[in-house]
Design a binder for this molecule. Structure first.
Ligand code: ATP
Ligand code: MG
Length: 431
């Protein structure tokens, strides 16, 4: 019978790769904690309406990328294509927004029906950060400093560039929108099909078009910056002043718009040259209108999301992450019923006393030779060898596995933790 395969663009994370993911996730989670951010988790499925109303009907995501289906009750549900809408929904529903300040983060899979390629999947993962109740631009700056620190801690800062823009508040955008339509209308028949369609629905997205002919038409187009009103302008200047003071470098990109309708004022992206076409690893911005749009009280908000797959690819490409393919520090080898029974206890004692160590007990029997082979494959630095004779004398053998020519030595069972703690330079749990 034919083997069943996974869905295209939905990958398995294999054990060999999970340490890299954990390294990234733990580093980011640790930093978020240091900035006072709290984790929130929400479902992977939501009512389709939530995404239509937030992301916008005329966006790539809602027009052609969502996994939408009717459940058994006939309700239209959608696998979340991003986290912001769900986060707002969850906060609003649970009363976290009214008269409060929130600094939140989440991590997990997102789903978009795109053409799978390197760095572009149908199930991909994001770590997202959302803040509520702060008008900025101080918190905008905080988020950018936080991302900059993440890159620094991951050792990839020199490979990332910050692109920054303000797309203004809704009044500024409405004025600009009209100017852009008036300008592009002259060239309507030269626009690519997508842009032509967007001209009257979502003209700002044309700025983001990847079609060279369309980009060429845009060189003379009116610039959003010239349409920013006083409020929008001073917000953007305030952000730049703070980034300058903090020594964060950025590139102003007046063409930067985001693919989701809810953004206004600040938008930013972190990009890299090291990944080819899929070079954006983190993107975000302010969305002061979204909470109200989803039925809540007007609440200022700003956030971002980073692509976990792309960041892992980058860490791999740059060989920036510490790699440890070992699954054990100590591997316990035992032959014979008595020794195997003792092995279980010895392993537990080591785990109790030396919590920093990975202790793996050989299970399933086998000759000393085959057990040593497994010990070697585990990457352990030491094998603890339990034989029946030694055991009767209250001893085990300790064998270094990574030092050429190092001899096995006998150790009193009672002194095993001290010896290993010293040999592997870890501290003992004395509680
Ligand atoms: P792109 O322009 O690359 O399509 P986007 O603007 O659609 O990205 P966002 O919705 O802002 O992306 O999502 C934030 C981040 O999530 C992106 O910068 C990227 O790192 C990651 N991301 C988005 N879509 C995918 C995908 N299909 N596969 C892998 N990562 C993705
Ligand atoms: Mg996209």
């Amino acid at each position: 019978m034919a083997r069943i395969q996974s869905i295209r663009g939905m990958n398995d994370l294999l054990p060999a790769d999970s340490p890299l993911w954990q390294y990234l996730e733990n580093t980011v989670a640790g930093l978020l904690r240091r900035y006072g951010y709290q984790e929130i988790r929400f479902p992977i499925l939501e009512h389709t309406e939530l995404f239509k109303r937030s992301i916008g009907e005329v966006t790539d995501i809602v027009e052609k990328e969502m996994y939408t289906f009717d459940d058994r009750n006939g309700d239209s549900l959608t696998l979340r294509p991003e986290g912001t809408a769900s986060c707002v929904r969850a906060c609003e529903q649970n009363g976290l927004l009214h008269n409060q300040v929130q600094r939140l983060w989440y991590a997990g899979p997102m789903f978009r029906h795109e053409r799978p390629q390197k760095g572009r999947l149908r199930q991909f993962h994001q770590i997202g950060v959302e803040t509520f109740g702060m008008v900025g631009p101080d918190v905008d700056a905080e988020l950018i400093l936080l991302t900059a620190r993440i890159w620094k801690e991951l050792g990839i800062a020199q490979h990332l560039t910050l692109e920054l823009n303000s797309i203004g508040n809704s009044e500024s955008r409405a004025n600009y929108r009209q100017a852009l339509i008036d300008y592009l209308r002259q060239f309507e028949d030269q626009l690519d099909a997508d842009s032509k369609r967007r001209l009257h629905t979502n003209p700002l997205r044309i700025l983001d078009s990847k079609v060279p002919e369309t980009q060429a038409l845009l060189t003379e187009a009116p610039v959003l910056q010239d349409y920013l009103d006083e409020t929008s302008r001073s917000h953007f200047e305030g952000l730049q002043r703070r980034l300058d003071a903090a020594g964060v470098e950025y590139k102003l990109n007046p063409r930067l718009v985001r693919g989701l309708d809810y953004y206004g004022l600040t938008v930013f992206e972190w990009t890299t040259q090291a990944l080819g076409a899929q070079g954006t690893v983190c993107a975000g911005g302010r969305y002061d209108g979204l909470v109200e749009q989803l039925g809540g009280k007007a609440t200022p908000a700003v956030g971002f999301a980073m692509g976990v797959e792309r960041l892992c690819l980058l860490l791999e490409t740059l060989e920036a992450a510490p790699v440890d393919s070992a699954t054990a520090d100590v591997y316990i080898v035992a032959t014979g019923e008595e020794a195997e029974v003792a092995g279980l206890t010895v392993a537990e004692q080591l785990r109790e006393a030396l919590p920093a160590l990975r202790v793996v007990l050989n299970c399933g029997g086998g000759s000393f030779k085959s057990q040593f082979k497994k010990a070697d494959r585990s990457g352990a630095r030491y094998a603890v060898v339990i034989g029946e004779d030694e055991l009767s004398r209250g001893e085990v053998a300790l064998k270094p596995l990574r030092e050429a020519g190092a001899e096995q030595q006998s150790v009193a069972l009672a002194g095993l933790t001290d010896t290993l703690a010293a040999a592997l330079q870890v501290s003992e749990n004395n509680s």
